[in-house]
Design a protein around this ligand. Structure first.
Ligand SMILES: *[C@@H]1O[C@H](CO)[C@@H](O)[C@H](O)[C@H]1NC(C)=O
Ligand SMILES: *[C@@H]1O[C@H](CO)[C@@H](O)[C@H](O)[C@H]1NC(C)=O
Ligand SMILES: *[C@@H]1O[C@H](CO)[C@@H](O)[C@H](O)[C@H]1NC(C)=O
Ligand SMILES: *[C@@H]1O[C@H](CO)[C@@H](O)[C@H](O)[C@H]1NC(C)=O
Length: 489
């Protein structure tokens, strides 16, 4: 088990701050004290994505021309979240830059609410109402004064900024085209009414990435419940690959301690970098799949694209508005480009004697027309004689069309006496594979009719089944049981 003490400390700090300032009286006074502070709207440029050069000031029409606002282009409005330092975090220029790379003619506006965002967390959380109101006033002004169409408007809010975006969307006179919530903040919002947080009513289309939803709902940094039309939970939404302690230490060794606060928020901020990935790597879009639970997704049972069950993560999402909000899942790499290829692998374990084993380690290798991905580790929670098991296997390598699969049953790392004198084996006829990204279903057969997969022995090979003149696929087949393990969602 990996000790994620960095996260734990971060949780604790955040939480303690919340506890210190629960008293509504204090909260109310502070809000009054800061009444005068208004959000600022900085129109950034592609040349200087990290500088506030020109502000669009609501009520001052000349600022719009002075800042070279393009009235016929799209506008992105970026809203930051809570900040410890009172400064923009390093992702801001990265996101601005990526937006301009993808949409060179667009206007990228960064909302500066830093002074309100550096208060104690519950205070800043309460300020999202005022920030949302500021943004709504700005948008209504652009719409009324310049006839700027809100169809061209896309709000992107991170953490507390996601809720500010939602409030803005609920207050504008006309509906905003799209709001993207990047790991919307959880504390103080998980159980809040829809009107005070991001919700599907806030724009024509609301898409949300959930990347740091660990622990019980009241302690989770990212909101756990779905709050958009589409809610994507990369890697289950709890914790992101590459954000563990070992990785953090490696980064500190490489880049020094300066970025430590970035490291602690690694999973939270991953939502932004996944969106940036979707802007920059147009040719490597990550697909997410609708699924009822992450456990079902882990079994590979949700890799379907029928009836909008799959969608692109990020910028090019298809604007599907399901009646009930739907959770979607995918796996990613630990670095950009994040895309991986998902496969469902289904195997029926034949045997003469009844055997049940739990938590068994396997290695799967996939060989394709373009490349191969060897020894993908896989743990099956349970295997039993004459049952079918389905599992999710994923690889960052684009292997092309799958040609061959090998399967190896490893010994557990812990020495076991029973393993020492018993040789466990199952007979396998075929391996069924479904590729999520291509939606292709394939069946791979043992070259000998039946292969013996023995624990601790070499891998067994499955190749594309030979085409037979007669369809013997069902007739001569041994009966494959436990149909429930077999069916897709
Ligand atoms: C404004 O954007 C449009 C595309 O939306 C582009 O054709 C035009 O050149 C831009 N105008 C200026 C002044 O950059
Ligand atoms: C498993 O099924 C096969 C064929 O359907 C049968 O021959 C075998 O006896 C079964 N094994 C057990 C342990 O019931
Ligand atoms: C294996 O177990 C199943 C039920 O779990 C039983 O029907 C079958 O007879 C058993 N087979 C053997 C060979 O013990
Ligand atoms: C299938 O095999 C039978 C004999 O086993 C033969 O009579 C029949 O024509 C075959 N059908 C096809 C479609 O090849």
């Amino acid at each position: 088990m990996k000790l994620k003490w960095c996260d734990e400390i971060f949780f604790s700090l955040w939480f303690l701050q919340s506890l210190c300032l629960q008293e509504k009286v204090i909260l109310f006074k502070l809000i009054l004290d800061f009444e005068g502070i208004k959000s600022k709207f900085s129109l950034r440029t592609a040349d200087e994505p990290d500088d506030d050069i020109c502000y669009l000031v609501p009520g001052q029409e000349d600022t719009v021309a002075r800042c070279n606002f393009n009235h016929t282009s799209k506008t992105f409005v970026v809203i930051h979240g809570w900040t410890v330092t009172g400064m923009y975090e390093s992702w801001v220029p990265k996101l601005v830059d990526a937006l301009y790379k993808r949409e060179p003619d667009s206007n990228v506006v960064v909302v500066d609410w830093l002074s309100r965002a550096q208060q104690h967390y519950p205070v800043s959380a309460a300020y999202t109402k005022l920030v949302g109101k500021d943004v709504a006033i700005f948008i209504d002004w652009m719409e009324e004064q310049f006839n700027y169409p809100l169809d061209n408007l896309h709000l992107l809010g991170y953490s507390l900024g996601a809720h500010a975006a939602g409030i803005a969307g609920s207050l504008t006179k006309k509906k905003i085209n799209r709001i993207t919530g990047l790991d919307p903040a959880g504390p103080n919002f998980e159980y809040a009414e829809a009107t005070t947080r991001l919700s599907p009513d806030d724009a024509d289309f609301v898409d949300v990435l959930h990347t740091y939803t660990r622990g019980s709902p009241d302690r989770s940094i990212g909101i756990q419940k779905p709050v958009g039309h589409i809610d994507i939970y990369p890697n289950g939404g709890g914790f992101q690959p590459g954000c563990n302690l070992g990785e953090a230490l490696r980064l500190i060794a490489e880049k020094g301690l300066a970025d430590v606060d970035q490291l602690v928020k690694c999973s939270h901020e991953r939502s932004i970098h996944l969106f940036i990935d979707s802007l920059l790597y147009e040719d490597k879009p990550s697909l997410a799949y609708r699924c009822n639970t992450k456990e079902t997704f882990e079994k590979g049972l949700c890799l379907s694209c029928r009836k909008n069950r799959c969608n692109n993560l990020g910028y090019t999402v298809n604007k599907v508005r399901a009646k009930r909000n739907s959770k979607m899942y995918l796996k990613t790499r630990s670095q950009m480009p994040y895309k991986v290829f998902h496969y469902q692998v289904k195997v029926h374990f034949f045997g003469k004697v009844n055997v049940t084993k739990t938590n068994q380690p396997f290695l799967v290798s996939l060989y394709g027309t373009a490349d191969e991905s060897k020894n993908i580790a896989l743990i099956l929670p349970e295997i039993s004689t004459n049952k079918t098991y389905s599992s999710l296997v994923y690889t960052e390598i684009n292997i092309g069309d799958l040609l061959m699969v090998t399967l190896q049953w490893e010994k557990e790392s812990i020495f076991s006496w029973s393993d020492w004198w018993t040789s466990y084996a199952f007979d396998i006829q075929r391996v069924r594979v479904k590729a999520g990204e291509t939606q292709k279903k394939m069946v791979f057969c043992s070259r000998d009719g039946i292969s013996h997969l023995t624990k601790g022995k070499e891998a067994v090979v499955f190749v594309k089944c030979a085409a037979k003149p007669n369809n013997t696929d069902t007739g001569q087949d041994l009966k494959e049981r436990s149909a429930h393990e077999f069916s897709e969602e």
